[in-house]
Design a protein around this ligand. Sequence first.
Ligand code: NI
Length: 207
Amino acid sequence: MRGRYFLAGVPLVVAGAVFVAWLAAPNSGPETPLETRAGWPERADIGGGFELVDHTGRTVTDRDFLGRFRLIYFGYTSCPDVCPTTLQRMTLALNRLNGDEVRQLQPLFISIDPERDTPEVMASYVENFHPRLIGLTGSPEQVAKAAKAYRLYYSAVEKEGDDHYLMDHTSFVYLISPDGDLLELMPDETTPVEMAATIREAVARAP
Ligand code: NI
């Protein structure tokens, strides 16, 4: 445990730098025209299919959530700061919505640390947050595919054989439409009030 909290800022700085470098990097594949809008990835490039395992051990795909808005955050349960803070912000935002709005929305927490985040670990972790939150994990390959679809960077740091390593990862809350299109990317500065307003507006616009 020693050093874990001290080190907490390091991966965030590294992740930020890597993310900026990634945004600035020339683009390789034809499927990834990396234009940026106000420094963010073009929204049409983000989202898409995944197959993962939920916190009850059931295999799920993105198609299981079609027809509902999705509020998605990628992170890991051992994260000392940003992930629990973000999930708390999501919970506070959801608490501001009415029952009808909440029913149209599926909050998802997708682990980028599948080695430690088994379905059992995810099950006890999601209990700390909104009752509708579903935790998703899977094999390292399944997680890598999901992260790639959402243009998410993640990497283990300080991994020296013990179980206390940290993960670098980009940190956005994704609001996805019932059809699976990206509607909003919400950065860490987004308050629960702002997040709730964004969700409410999107739900109100839905047919
Ligand atoms: Ni985190």
